[in-house]
Design a protein around this ligand. Structure first.
Ligand SMILES: [Zn+2]
Length: 125
């Protein structure tokens, strides 16, 4: 479905980028679209293309999603930081300890096992 006179920018984008919406992670390739970041369909340079789902594509086109955010999401490697979800783990552990005297020892053993497992996994990589 390349537009007349233009390169097959959809094929180009899917060869270069992962087949998921860079904004929300939607991943059904047949439904995904290739957006032109500058909204100029003549500009088919790879740096101007980003894979989006139809909803995020529309949101970008009406400026609800900033272009610079899409460029960062497309180009920067993302790694989940699960520790951010565990920020109150120590407080919860303390409360558990107060409720059940044996729980503290069990939590400490679990923490030791977790640390050992993580150290072993880290050493294996
Ligand atoms: Zn999306």
């Amino acid at each position: 479905m390349a537009r007349r006179g233009l390169p097959n920018y959809r094929k180009m984008a899917f060869e270069k980028y992962a087949p998921i919406c860079v904004h929300c992670g939607f991943g059904i390739k047949e439904v995904l679209e290739v957006a032109h970041l500058d909204c100029d369909p003549q500009n088919c340079d790879l740096s101007n293309l980003v894979i989006l789902c139809p909803t995020c594509h529309r949101m970008h086109d009406i400026d609800l999603i900033p272009t610079d955010a899409l460029v960062r999401l497309r180009d920067e490697k993302r790694k989940p930081r699960w520790a951010k979800l565990m920020k109150d783990a120590a407080q919860k552990a303390t409360q558990t300890k107060r409720l059940d005297p044996g729980a503290f020892q069990a939590a400490a053993k679990k923490a030791i096992a977790t640390r050992r497992a993580r150290a072993a996994a880290k050493a294996a990589t």
